[in-house]
Design a protein around this ligand. Sequence first.
Ligand SMILES: Nc1ncnc2c1ncn2[C@@H]1O[C@H](COP(=O)(O)OP(=O)(O)O)[C@@H](O)[C@H]1O
Ligand SMILES: Nc1ccn([C@@H]2O[C@H](COP(=O)(O)OP(=O)(O)O)[C@@H](O)[C@H]2O)c(=O)n1
Length: 239
Amino acid sequence: RALPTSAGALRQRLRQCAERIPEAEAVLDLLEKCPEHQKKGSFPVIVFEGLDATGKTTVTQAVKDNLNGILLRSPPACISQWRTVFDDERTPIKRAFYAAGNYILASEIAKASTQAPVIIDRYWHSTAAYAIATETSGEVQDLPPAQDEVYQWPEDLLKPDLVLLLTVDPEERVRRLQHRGLEKTKEEAELEANSLFRQRVEESYRRMVNPACQEVDASPSKEEVLKTVLQLIKKHCAF
Ligand SMILES: Nc1ncnc2c1ncn2[C@@H]1O[C@H](COP(=O)(O)OP(=O)(O)O)[C@@H](O)[C@H]1O
Ligand SMILES: Nc1ccn([C@@H]2O[C@H](COP(=O)(O)OP(=O)(O)O)[C@@H](O)[C@H]2O)c(=O)n1
């Protein structure tokens, strides 16, 4: 399978291509500096997931301000300048890059969560959901069965306390995309053209376990969505 699900496996994958791709060597260097099996601090770690334009950037910023938190994203800023290089590579190498981003991010989460609540824009569930959806074609029925190990969180990756999956109906999502008019990654452009792919990504998010995503209807106004999200955080994370 294209997605490496442990730090060891993804390091091996990057090492294999490091001679040809200098950026892979650079990612490996950063990974080396991250101790394995990172532990969370005492503040809650809350992840927001969902398709592009479901409102993750908007809501994560608002939650951060509201909770006086620290906002992080996957892939983390320290490797995002190499993203375009890996987006143009073969799938296994591209997946190794995003997987590595999550392990590097885990060190940042470990540190940040000793200081304040941590709010994260995409993490492992995004890496897994896009990978799973790309590896199959057709209907959601053709995805690996619900109990398959692809939906498991990697054993050696720091776990968040709460994962919220933002969903909006396809028409509203397109309206938001058009409003924003930002440059899209290649995969997001394909996604737009392919509603079955989009459905497979969303269904893969829903099948993820340990931790599972909690779905939030993100179609109401920004204020309403923020209110719902803050209530969920209050209910699930004591701090
Ligand atoms: N609840 C909402 N209602 C209407 N528009 C929204 C809402 N949340 C976000 N938007 C708008 O939709 C677009 C996509 O939101 P954004 O936060 O960038 O999504 P993402 O980070 O998931 O791609 C932006 O133009 C944003 O202002
Ligand atoms: N943690 C992450 C984040 C993004 N990705 C990849 O990045 C793409 C989405 O990134 P994007 O730039 O459109 O995301 P937004 O943060 O703009 O919503 C998907 O195609 C995923 O393949 C990932 O694999 N893992």
